[in-house]
Design a protein around this ligand. Structure first.
Ligand code: SHN
Ligand code: NAI
Length: 215
């Protein structure tokens, strides 16, 4: 059993190379682009959705088969061909300091990709440590019902409110109580109901008192 170390990677401006141009490559490319990576795809053929990304100048496409020199300068490498031998060769070409994901070989990868759900700045990631990716996807889909779209707005509110508390409240006990109080269900319920003005009013009321009234 492998014990993984979960992290959130900052990939903005990082050079990532994906080898293979199929459905799986497209999924990995989509999430890399969302994270701001600079993406090059190496493949003689491109899936329709990757072709669209290429036409829109979102990716660089090298219309060729894999060669070891393709991954030399990459921060992150994803081997997503349908040929296990080629994927194994990609793994061998990578240096030990490079991030490498081999889509058909979890134990040969030094990172694997969880199923993720994004709601604004909130990310919920589910991994089965590679034992059942389908379950990771299912759990993510189940969680998407509980963590509905309004969560993005809720998290943005919490971010601003937390900043306001940290900036304005000097007394450490009041600060701690207010930060705890922000996570009580009232603020989530008001967000869910779209009562944004009332939510702000309630927060300002607590902020002015310097201490949450229910404490
Ligand atoms: C180890 C890992 C490596 C990696 O890719 O990083 C890996 C490996 C493999 N996946 C396989 C199959 C499937 N993978 C999916 C789906 C996803 N797979 C993803 C991640 C991972 N897959 C990593 C571990 C994640 C974890 O820790 O649990 C997700 C979560 C994230 C993403 O890809 O972005 C994404 C959901 C995206 C979403 O949220 O929608 C589905 C379902 C579907 O496609 O609908 C199936 C078919 C059902 C099934 O087989 O279970 C196979 C067999 C291939 C074959 O048959 O040859 C292998 C190879 C092996 O197991 O050795
Ligand atoms: N990790 C994951 O989430 C999953 C992994 N898989 C694995 O991923 C593999 C790929 O799946 P798909 O994208 O559906 O396959 P696919 O057949 O649609 O795509 C394979 C791509 O690899 C390219 N390719 C083949 N040889 C190459 C080479 N020498 N150099 C560069 N590119 C090359 C092909 O042109 C094609 O674009 C599957 O064989 C399976 O083992 C499958 C499902 C999920």
């Amino acid at each position: 059993m492998t014990t993984y170390y979960p992290i959130m990677l900052q990939l903005k401006g990082k050079y990532c190379v994906i080898i293979g141009g199929g459905k799986v490559a497209n999924r990995k490319v989509t999430s890399l682009l969302n994270a701001g990576a600079i993406v090059t795809v190496i493949s003689p053929v491109l899936h329709e959705k990757l072709q669209e990304k290429w036409r829109n100048h979102l990716i660089t496409w090298l219309e060729k088969s894999f060669e070891a020199s393709d991954v030399e300068d990459a921060f992150c490498i994803i081997a997503a061909t349908n040929l296990p031998d080629v994927n194994a060769k990609i793994k061998e070409s990578a240096m030990s300091h490079q991030l490498v994901n081999i889509v058909d070989d979890a134990s040969g990868s030094n990172f694997i990709v969880p199923a993720t759900l994004k709601r604004g700045d909130l990310t919920i990631a589910v991994s089965t440590s590679g034992t059942n990716p389908g379950l990771a996807k299912k759990l993510k889909d189940d969680l998407s019902l509980q963590f509905d779209d309004y969560y993005g707005e809720y998290v943005a509110f919490l971010q601003n409110a937390r900043t306001e508390v940290l900036t304005n409240v000097i007394d450490e006990i009041s600060k701690k109580q207010l930060l705890e109080a922000l996570l009580r269900p009232e603020f989530l319920t008001l967000t869910k109901e779209g009562k944004i003005a009332e939510r702000e009013e309630l927060f300002q009321h607590y902020l002015k008192r310097g201490i949450a009234p229910w404490q």
